[in-house]
Design a protein around this ligand. Structure first.
Ligand code: AMP
Ligand code: MG
Length: 469
């Protein structure tokens, strides 16, 4: 059994980027889950992780040699307003590991105790958001969406106080990095050009080795975000808090807080209890992405050479988002209709279907999968508009195998996540493990898991979600 070997390139950036902070040990650590597949992908030994030293590390009670735990500094626009000082308030980066194929990954504990950035928070997480992030991020990975991942979930044996006392937990999150749009904002708003440049150089080397300079990096971030947001849309995913501190420059989906997937389709869907204005509604996500990317662009101007030219070029790059997004959207939704090579005119075909779904509150996942399985019509109370649409769709000679590969049978439905959390709070993690297994191959029909394909029954539906605190 071998312990992980850390190599901490972010720490080498030096003071100002982080605060050295160890996790706060917990009373009685217990492992809920270790992700063996992910461990192997990272070159980590799953047996070590499950053993006494690993289990202690995953709860924050033991730091293996080479770990150099830090809380990262960042700022961010939250619901449009600038918070100049955020940072990891309930997370600690243990270090980076280099996988056998050379890819570098951050290993971060979330819920590991207070840091200098915690302000009034306790630095802890309770079990609910830990299980939610584990399930949803691993599903996103299985569904082919760029995302951070979950290596482990541990209980702390301690309670955290929210509205009530709840069981504490720690998530081990794996990311290609935790550098956010808000990390650039942190240095830009302080006029710290030297660190801004060092951060850009770090991100270029780590994520955009062909980019050359900050403009090339911006181009890369814009392009990856266009892809990622299109992938969210195609799954009916609502991130819920697309603040700039929750947007990773790697393009990975990060910070699964009040996120949720739609059951009944409606473009204005919002789940988060704090998103009263619907700023981060499903249909708003591409617009918000552009807004966030514009913040990144303006941060980078001081390191983009001659100012007038930099402003014009960076503006062009950000304005390039809609075209990239539209192309990614058409590719994803085209595949959902079984069209490998969608023509521009197919956009209207997709939109017509979405309009029919919205008018009848049809289930997003079941309708799209039903196209492949021949069961879509049953999802509509009034079948006539769908039947008319279907004959136009048939005329496009869809490839139903492609549609089956593009439309998951199972998603982590909100009411199922809630049931898993309720059971976990009661000490029963079987429903969590079952749902997690069922979501690992989301495109394969399996009668053992038919119950997980159902829309929520009356009374089961969960319409409001809360931030991960
Ligand atoms: P998030 O909701 O994850 O985007 O977090 C926004 C900011 O609040 C980040 O700086 C977090 O580290 C911080 N934060 C959230 N929850 C807590 C907590 N329980 N204790 C301390 N800081 C927190
Ligand atoms: Mg966050």
């Amino acid at each position: 059994m071998t312990a992980p070997r850390f190599d901490n390139s972010y720490t080498r950036l030096g003071p100002g980027f982080y605060s050295r902070t160890a996790p706060t040990p917990v009373g009685n650590p217990g492992l809920v889950a270790v992700n063996d597949d992910l461990a192997r992908r990272l070159g980590l030994d799953p047996d070590w992780l499950r053993g006494p030293a690993g289990a202690a590390m995953l709860a924050g009670n033991l730091m293996p040699p080479g770990a150099d735990p830090i809380a990262q500094a960042y700022a961010g626009h939250q619901f449009g307003g600038l918070s100049p000082q955020l940072g990891d308030g309930r997370a600690v980066l243990l270090g980076e590991v280099v996988a056998p194929d050379g890819a570098r990954f951050d290993i971060q504990l979330k819920g590991s105790g207070p840091t200098p950035f915690s302000r009034r928070g306790d630095g802890r997480a309770w079990l609910g958001p830990v299980l939610r992030e584990y399930l949803v991020s691993e599903f996103m990975f299985a569904a082919g969406v760029p995302t951070t991942r979950a290596l482990a979930a541990a209980t702390t044996g301690e309670t955290v106080i929210r509205e009530t006392a709840l069981p504490g937990a720690v998530l081990t999150r794996v990311a290609s990095s935790h550098i956010r749009v808000g990390t650039f904002e942190f240095f830009a708003i302080r006029g710290d050009i030297e660190r801004l440049q060092a951060l850009a150089d770090h991100v270029i080397a780590r994520h955009y080795p062909d980019a050359g300079d900050a403009m090339g990096m911006l181009r890369g971030v814009v392009s990856r975000q266009a892809d990622t947001v299109a992938a969210w849309m195609a799954l009916g995913f609502v991130h819920g808090v697309m603040n700039t501190d929750n947007m990773a420059v790697s393009g990975e989906t990060i910070d699964y807080g009040p996120c949720a997937f739609m059951d009944a389709y409606h473009p204005d869907t919002v789940f988060s209890s704090i998103d009263r204005g619907g700023r981060y509604a499903w249909s708003e996500q591409p617009r918000v992405a552009v807004w966030n990317l514009a913040q990144l662009a303006s941060c980078l101007i001081p390191i983009m050479g001659e100012e007038q030219h930099a402003v014009e070029e960076a503006t062009r790059v950000v304005h390039g988002f809609p075209a990239l997004y539209q192309a990614a959207w058409l590719k994803r939704f085209g595949a959902k209709l079984g069209l490998a090579d969608p023509a521009p005119g197919d956009r209207a075909l997709v939109e017509r279907l979405l309009d029919i779904m919205a008018a009848q509150q049809a289930d997003f996942t079941r309708v799209f999968r039903g196209l492949a399985d021949g069961s879509a019509q049953a999802e509509f109370a009034d079948p006539a508009p769908f039947a008319a649409w279907r004959s136009d769709w048939d005329a496009r000679r869809p490839d139903l195998d492609l549609a089956a590969r593009a439309n998951p049978v199972r998603i982590p439905r909100n009411h199922r996540i809630q049931q898993v959390i309720d059971a976990g709070v009661g000490g029963d993690f079987q429903p969590f493990h079952r749902l997690n297994r069922a979501l690992a191959a989301p495109f394969d029909a399996d009668p053992d898991w038919d119950d997980l394909c159902l829309s929520p029954q009356a009374g089961e539906e969960v319409r409001v979600t809360f931030c991960g605190t």
